[in-house]
Write a protein that binds this ligand. Structure first.
Ligand SMILES: Cc1cc2nc3c(=O)[nH]c(=O)nc-3n(C[C@H](O)[C@H](O)[C@H](O)COP(=O)(O)OP(=O)(O)OC[C@H]3O[C@@H](n4cnc5c(N)ncnc54)[C@H](O)[C@@H]3O)c2cc1C
Length: 492
């Protein structure tokens, strides 16, 4: 899948983007895994993931691929990732789409926080800097400087918004901020502000360069000490990154766990213990209105979720292809209920595809000539995804059934003395045994491995609580046209 990169490397010595990125991880960051402070780039849990990210970053240095995923920086002329491009019309939006498709295709939609989502949010805030400047002095200058640095230095960035899950009933009662673990300002000095508290969940935290940190709740003036937007480098003093258990398998087990070995995106809890945020990195301070606008800003939300939907489409295509192949392999495509379920999967892909087209073709130019996809379409697709993915996994399980378990422990078992018998009994209707086992091992990595469970949870919750997201769509949508259709029946 990523083999082209090795060929390009042989041909050219100019592929240095990944080398720079890997080197940037050799800093003083405090990353904890299983009770030990670790060096991310040396630890085997990150090998496959870092290799995948490196290959994606190196596309920007490949003479052919760089046009697909990048554009020349207006400042340096070097190719930078298209997630930073502020779209000024439909062509720019399509250029962004092509870049997201390339990265999604290379990972079959299994990696979602490759920084293209966070870079899109950043590009949105940069594009909306005039409007957002109302909430804090120097916002425009600071966001411009950071945006240009992140773009031209290929900074890996990730976003963390949610507050740590301790006691949701007390969370936003300002008398309980400390008890609820909320990230809040504790001290202001001439250098900047000190913050303490925690944030969850930060996907990609151990190997990011910077975090963009802010809350997503609607806060009031009494809660203003939690209403801030900061840029925090991963090696900030006092910041601790506590990883969950690794679901990554060693690259040597790629045959048995093709996805876990390459695409595990680590998630972590961030603990801020009196972390100094220099003024240059304080984008909003004690501004509940500003934070609400940062969350709801159409530039940032439309661009970020446009990326997320493109990735979702690729992932659903992958699951659908897998389900079709399995049904074919075990000879069950003639059963009506199997056809019905495969049709449902194809319908999921077509729906997300159509929503993307609608959002793009009904995009509009807003202030400063920025062109955005239609948000209500994007929002619909995002909200459907939280329910589509778990259903897609359920369908895959219903079709593959016991075949998911009818596999030897390892593909290497085919090298044993039992190989001739295994070749007879592990075969499919139209597939030889070793390939059938590879197919079902791939399916297990989508359904049954720890990596798989994390993905189901991710798709349900990455954009927040799916129930409250749908409720928010109801609350924010303009229902006048819908109601007019009914009103005409209610009067004489
Ligand atoms: C694998 C994974 C990776 C993620 N990565 C990131 C990331 O990189 N960056 C990021 O910012 N976020 C990320 N998220 C999303 C985020 O951290 C939360 O998981 C998500 O917003 C849901 O919130 P919660 O988990 O705190 O659930 P909670 O808010 O604690 O909800 C728990 C339950 O209580 C209910 N509930 C809680 N409060 C209310 C209320 N006020 N009204 C009604 N019902 C309520 C919920 O419906 C739910 O059933 C990630 C999530 C997952 C699962």
């Amino acid at each position: 899948m990523l083999g082209w990169i090795a060929d390009s490397r042989r041909e050219s010595r100019s592929l240095i983007r990944s080398e720079k990125y890997l080197k940037s991880l050799d800093d003083e960051r405090s990353v904890w895994l299983k009770g030990k402070r670790i060096k991310v780039y040396e630890h085997e849990a990150f090998q496959g993931t870092l290799q995948t990210i490196s290959a994606l970053f190196d596309m920007l240095d490949d003479p052919v691929m760089q046009k697909q995923v990048g554009y020349p920086s207006p400042k340096t002329g070097e190719y930078v990732h298209t997630a930073f491009l502020v779209p000024k019309g439909p062509t720019d939006l399509q250029q962004r789409k092509a870049a997201f498709e390339s990265w999604s295709e290379a990972t079959d939609g299994m990696m979602s926080r490759l920084s293209d989502y966070a870079r899109s949010r950043l590009a949105g805030w940069y594009a909306a800097r005039k409007q957002l400047s109302r909430h804090y002095r120097d916002f425009s200058e600071k966001i411009t400087r950071y945006y240009e640095t992140a773009r031209d230095q290929n900074r890996f960035i990730t976003i963390v918004q949610r507050d740590v899950q301790i006691n949701r009933s007390k969370q936003y009662d300002e008398r309980c901020f400390e008890e609820a673990g909320l990230l809040r300002v504790t001290k202001k000095t001439t250098e900047g502000v000190y913050v303490s508290g925690a944030k969850m969940i930060a996907t990609a935290a151990p190997y990011t360069n910077d975090f963009l940190v802010y809350p997503v709740m609607k806060l009031n003036q009494a809660q203003k000490s939690a209403a801030n937007l900061f840029i925090v480098p991963a090696d900030a003093k006092g910041l601790h990154i506590v990883c969950r258990e690794s679901y990554a398998k060693p690259l040597s087990e790629k045959n048995d766990f093709p996805l876990s070995a390459q695409f595990d995106e680590m998630d972590a809890l961030l603990i801020f213990d009196q972390v100094l945020i220099p003024w240059e990195h304080v984008l909003l301070l004690e501004s509940p209105e500003g934070i609400w606008e940062v969350k709801t800003n159409p530039h940032s939300a439309s661009l970020a979720y446009h990326q997320a939907l493109i990735r979702l489409k690729t992932k659903l295509q992958f699951i659908t292809g897998l389900a079709c192949k399995i049904a074919d392999t075990i000879g069950c495509t003639q059963f009506l209920h199997v056809q019905d379920k495969l049709g449902e999967l194809i319908g999921q892909v077509e729906t997300i595809h159509a929503i993307l087209l609608a959002a793009e073709s009904e995009g509009r130019s807003i202030e400063d000539g920025v062109y955005l996809p239609r948000f209500s379409a994007i929002e619909t697709g995002r909200n459907l995804g939280a329910f589509y993915y778990p259903r897609a996994i359920e369908i895959l399980q219903l079709i593959a059934a016991g075949g998911l378990i009818q596999v030897p422990a390892s593909i290497e078992d085919f090298q044993s003395a039992l190989s001739p018998l295994m070749k007879t009994y592990f075969r499919g209707a139209n597939l030889q045994a070793e390939k059938r086992v590879r197919l079902f091992k791939l399916a297990w990595d989508v359904i049954g491995s720890p990596f798989a469970s994390r993905h189901e949870l991710y798709e349900r919750f990455y954009a927040g609580d799916p129930i409250r997201n749908r409720a928010a769509q109801y609350l924010s949508s303009n229902k006048r046209l819908l109601l007019t259709k009914i009103e005409k029946y209610l009067s004489n």
